[in-house]
Design a protein around this ligand. Structure first.
Ligand SMILES: [Zn+2]
Length: 612
């Protein structure tokens, strides 16, 4: 590090012509040393493990010397510009096309400007340690919500960041969005809501506040001065975590009924929990970051899967989900996991490592060869939580692992080596977990979910329900156990379909599965055993009503525009309804684990509750 500049990066972002979807950026650099300098835009943004190549949206990049004259500027990589400078101040200007709505993207239109900093801010000479000032020029009547600290003499449009990492870790929402505030532990929280649907703003804010309170109690305090939630209510879902803010995208009509809304709450809870787990508790690869290329870790199952586990578990413990709701969400996850052949092919550590080319770049074979570290990671968290509780006779739990990692590394602001995770789990559990890690994290053994949940007095029902099955009248009158019985086996082609112009097209043929090697991704299904198939609904109905497992049927498909007749021997459909139920009479140990885990006593009036 020789005679490097100590300049402040002074950025101005002009969004005064939002209908053009263009941000105009000016970067002023004072007291720059003479010589060559580089300007770089990240190729990815932390939290979204995908090379996004933000530079593809940059245009009209120019540099000017102290006298205002243009400097020679050369592009040297897809995301790097180089200029020679005589010394003194320099100004760089450029424009960014911003019309991709997404939490990790940039979107500017007549109603707002939203950006993730990785797509907007060039950094100087590889120096991500330089402080930055930001001024925002906006149309009249617009205001700004962001996790950035306001400048001391600011007017709501000027901000500062201690370094580039913080600058781009604070997404910015500018516009006429609705703003709500509340305090928790004496710290101000802002909820900025852009867009609307069937939500109730007041309830959304109150529930968000409850999430903050529950998680603050879990970790023992809030490690920031202020926090900003940016909610986009539009046509898509997803979220991205940041140091002291998050952006959550919520589909317009997912706020009712409650079985949908619980996933909105799950999203907010997940992103907020990240402010500890991944933003402050993280492996070394995840901060400080290399913005020029992919960074590798085998621990995303712990960063994302465990975050998902606690997202819903803490909603339960905080009273936002009932035990029934929580167990329903868990049952959905178990059903998804058990329906994916890829769980027997790709391990969690492989799924983490390859996220850049697999999870974020799925192909037609992904369900067969890959497993999501969110989905399986969440279930492994449950297994590990119960394992620790059993070994320590309920004295410890997975909660203690997270608190230990936070105390040891997170509070000190440093990442940990990859092996530290297993070390921490073993320290809390009081013994080796080598076998557990070998089988369920580095291996592809089936997760022992039935045995695990049985420890809390719970059993998993895997049922096949056929809405088109004729039931004898006597069965309708039978008592409540009827809903614990499967209908007769249902015929199954073993494919996922997507709709193209309303026509059912094979998206994936499950392998193993009845159609593996017979039906191809992209095949348009036109008839089954001679009956025309108009759409996916008709395909499901014909299989459920007219066919039986084990029979061979001819499937007529258009394959690249040519008719093919393919004989497929139908399989048996996997269970389509998963439920988690309490046993009738728990042992004392089962009831104790249930209560410690779910923060609710085993219900006394079980019989009347079961009917609810
Ligand atoms: Zn996440």
């Amino acid at each position: 590090m020789t005679s490097l500049p100590t300049t402040v990066l002074r950025y101005t972002v002009d969004c005064r012509q939002p209908a053009t979807h263009v941000l105009r950026v000016r970067l002023v650099l004072e007291d720059l040393d003479p010589g060559p300098h580089t300007l770089t835009l990240p190729v990815w943004t932390p939290g979204s493990y995908e090379v996004k190549d933000y530079a593809r949206h940059l245009f009209d990049v120019r540099a000017f010397g102290p006298d205002g004259r243009p400097l020679a500027l050369e592009k040297t990589r897809k995301n790097v510009w180089r200029f020679d400078h005589p010394g003194g101040s320099a100004t760089v200007t450029y424009s960014v096309f911003a019309f991709e709505l997404g939490v990790s993207s940039l979107h500017v239109d007549g109603t707002h400007a939203y950006w993730n900093g990785a797509g907007v801010f060039l950094f100087l000479d590889g120096r991500t340690d330089l402080p930055a000032d930001l001024t925002i020029e906006a149309p009249p009547g617009w205001h700004v919500s962001t996790g950035l600290d306001p400048a001391p003499d600011g007017d709501g449009f000027r901000f500062r960041a201690p370094d580039y990492d913080v600058l781009i870790d604070c997404p910015v929402e500018v516009g006429t969005h609705r703003r709500f505030t509340f305090d928790v532990d004496g710290k101000p929280h802002t909820v900025a809501i852009w867009g609307s649907g069937n939500q109730d703003d007041e309830r959304l804010v109150a529930d968000t506040r409850r999430i903050v309170e529950t998680q603050a109690a879990f970790f023992g305090g809030l490690p920031y001065r202020h926090y900003t939630f940016i909610f986009h209510i539009a046509d898509r879902g997803g979220g991205l975590e940041h140091l002291n803010s998050t952006t959550c995208a919520m589909p317009r009509h997912r706020f009712k009924p409650f079985k949908h809304y619980r996933h909105v709450l799950g999203l907010i809870s997940h992103e907020f929990f990240h402010l500890w787990n991944v933003k402050r508790i993280h492996p070394e690869a995840l901060g400080p970051f290399d913005y020029n290329q992919e960074v590798y870790t085998r621990l995303l199952w712990a960063m994302e899967g465990f975050t998902d586990y606690y997202a819903y578990l803490l909603l339960r413990r905080g009273g936002l989900l009932s035990v029934r709701d929580y167990l329903d969400v868990l049952a959905e996850d178990i059903k998804r996991y058990e329906g994916l052949p890829g769980r027997k092919v790709q391990s969690l550590s492989e799924s983490s490592f390859d996220t850049w080319i697999k999870l974020y770049k799925p192909d037609a074979d992904s369900p067969n060869r890959t497993i999501s570290y969110y989905l399986k990671g969440g279930l492994v968290a449950l297994l590990l939580d119960f394992e620790i509780r059993r070994r320590t006779r309920l004295a410890k739990s997975l909660d203690d692992v997270l608190r230990l990692l936070y105390d040891r590394y997170g509070r000190a602001g440093r990442g940990f080596p990859e092996h530290a995770y297993q070390d921490a789990v073993e320290e809390v559990a009081g013994g080796s977990l080598a076998d557990f890690f070998a089988r369920y994290i580095h291996g592809v053994d089936d997760l022992p979910l039935d045995l695990t949940l049985a420890e809390a007095g719970l059993r998993i029902l895997r049922l096949t329900k056929n809405p088109d099955h004729d039931r004898p009248e006597a069965e309708d009158d039978a008592d409540g156990d009827r809903d614990e019985v499967s209908d007769p086996p249902v015929a199954w082609l073993g494919i996922e379909t997507r709709s193209e112009d309303g026509r059912p097209v094979v998206a994936t043929a499950y392998d193993p599965g009845p159609a593996a090697g017979l039906l191809y991704p992209g095949d348009e299904i036109v008839a089954l055993a001679g009956d025309r198939i108009a759409d996916a609904k008709a395909l499901g109905e014909r299989l459920r009503i007219d066919h039986e497992p084990g029979r061979t049927v001819t499937v007529a498909v258009f394959r690249r525009g040519r008719l093919e007749l393919v004989d497929v021997t139908l399989g048996t459909a996997p269970p389509n309804q998963y439920r988690i139920k309490r046993v009738d009479t728990p042992t004392a140990d089962q009831a104790a684990l249930y209560e410690a885990w779910l923060a609710e006593p085993w219900p006394k009036a079980e019989a009347s509750e079961a009917r609810a």
